[in-house]
Write a protein that binds this ligand. Structure first.
Ligand SMILES: [Zn+2]
Length: 508
């Protein structure tokens, strides 16, 4: 693993650095004794207010100063992603110039509370830009990620320690999400997790015995049915647990959707809609990434439990088909509506098991994290969509996470769960209890990202733990179909570690 390590620096003239990157809200007012140095360039190059510039100066570390303007920050719709984006552009210029130990400074952004974590966000943006796909590193060598460290002006050791934990989590999430379907087939996904958590406080359990999967996770096994014909595609459930030292005050519990490949199954993705479906494991990748950040930061008072559904939705003579009725762990009879709505099936029984465990934990909050619906991307664009139940809504879980996310360039929109969502999946006959999906693409289905939460709520047994129950359990479904890959380009875009920064900043 070779993301650039965050290290503290007290000055932009840091002696060990080989380049200076200045992210600036206003390039005519930089502070740090930089203005006189930059002034002559401003008079001859008007582009400096709008793009990254390289200024050669013998005072600067490595004689290189990269000046990256953020653009306007003060309008209602500006947020810290302007800093994130500027840092991405600047670090790529510095890398191309040959820098491997840049010092990074963010200046002039103390406009209001929106930019309170601008330095941290700039560092995370740099890490995002520098990451290269796992397959590329394995075939070309680790040197394709040459930047070793980033010195952060005015950061201290404690901040850098936290940032390095978060960056490690992001790195794991990108690796797991971004990798092609054979390199990250379920057994190899599990192998990566075992490696990522070896010598940490996180325990890893991999369940891959077919009898156990059939018995405990019948919906996941149904999705995996066609994949059993190919041994290297066999599914697994990965259970990760972090127990803090001392008392537990809060328990975070996750199910992550890890569809290492989604052909759609019998409802095959046709017309060119299959390419990119190796990224359908972004939810499990984000959950594993969050767990990696937790493993490294070792927060007190927080226990974290994560179940990952790692499975391939293949097509073949034994594949499941619409109209089948599956008896679930929760004792609910699910009628399959469409085999391409497989993520909710893969996660449902794990959510039911997690719910049983939650009843024995301290202050639990349950989450499902998934690239679940095209509708989430259609409705929200590049934002995660949070759909919560009554107890989570009463506790402000989604709104608080979304507010934190705005400060960490990990933005989300809060959706409501409504009665229409439950009506949409209700049984039509006595033969079943719930319908998994309709047959139109979610993107053209009204409430296409909200109604799957109703399904998950029912098959997870959380309908018995609403605000009206004796034992309410807060539950938030996080659909990252729009946010899990940069630019919404599932085939070629870089994976984005959605939800991790928000969860880490809020709870750890
Ligand atoms: Zn699908």
């Amino acid at each position: 693993m070779s993301f650039p390590i965050a290290k503290p620096a007290t000055t932009v003239w840091h002696a060990d650095a080989d380049a200076l990157i200045v992210i600036a809200a206003n390039v005519t007012s930089l502070g740090h004794e930089l203005d006189t140095l930059v002034k002559p360039y401003l008079t001859v190059d008007a582009r400096m207010t709008s793009k990254v510039s390289l200024l050669v100066n013998e005072k600067a570390p490595g004689q290189r100063l990269f000046l990256a303007p953020t653009g306007p920050l003060n309008r209602d719709y500006d947020d810290v992603r302007r800093v994130y984006d500027a840092a991405k552009l600047a670090i790529l210029e510095a890398k191309a110039a040959g820098a491997v130990r840049p010092v990074l400074c963010v200046t002039g952004v103390d406009i209001d509370a929106r930019y309170q974590h601008a330095l941290e966000v700039a560092y995370l943006g740099a890490c995002q830009a520098l990451w290269q796909p796992l397959e590329a590193r394995e075939s070309l060598g680790e040197h394709i990620e040459p930047v070793q460290c980033v010195f952060l002006v005015n950061a201290d050791d404690a901040l850098c320690t936290r940032l390095n934990a978060l960056a490690a989590g992001h790195y794991v999430a990108r690796d797991l999400c971004g990798t092609e379907p054979e390199r990250m087939a379920p057994p190899r996904f599990a192998e990566y997790c075992v490696g990522a958590f070896s010598n940490t406080g996180v325990t890893v359990e991999v369940i891959n015995d077919r009898d156990i999967l059939d018995r405990h996770y019948p919906m996941l096994s149904t999705v995996a049915r066609a994949s059993y014909a190919v041994e290297r595609h066999h599914p697994c459930v990965i259970k990760l647990t972090y127990e803090p030292q001392g008392d537990v005050e809060r328990t975070l519990m996750f199910v992550g959707k890890g569809l290492v490949y989604d052909t759609g199954g019998a409802d095959l993705k046709v017309g060119g809609f299959m390419a990119g479906m190796s990224r359908d494991k972004g939810g499990a990748a984000s959950v594993a990434g969050f767990m990696k950040a937790v493993a490294q930061a070792q927060p007190a008072g927080v226990k974290v439990v994560a179940f990952l559904a790692v499975v391939r939705n293949s097509i073949g003579s034994d594949c499941f088909v619409p109209d089948e009725i599956i008896n679930t762990r929760e004792g609910v009879r699910v009628r399959i509506g469409n085999t391409d709505a497989e993520g909710r099936l893969a996660m449902g029984d794990l959510l039911s098991e997690l719910k049983d465990q939650a009843l024995k934990e301290v202050n639990p909050i349950l989450f499902t994290v998934a690239t679940l619906t095209g509708h989430a991307a259609r409705a929200m664009g590049p934002y995660s969509a949070y759909v919560e139940n009554g107890p989570a809504r009463q506790a402000n879980v989604s709104r608080e996470l979304a507010q934190v996310g705005d400060l960490w360039a990990d933005c989300a929109e809060v959706s409501r769960s409504r009665r229409e969502d439950f009506d949409f999946v209700k049984p039509r006959t006595l033969a079943d209890d719930v319908l998994s999906s309709n047959n139109a693409p979610s993107a053209v289905t009204a409430r296409g990202h909200q109604f799957p939460m109703a399904f998950l709520n029912i098959v997870g047994g959380l309908d018995k733990h609403g605000s009206d129950s004796e034992t309410p359990l807060p539950y938030v479904h996080m659909d990252i179909a729009g946010s899990g890959v940069e630019g919404g380009d599932w085939q070629h875009g870089k994976p984005f570690p959605a939800t991790i920064s928000s969860l880490f900043a809020k709870y750890c």
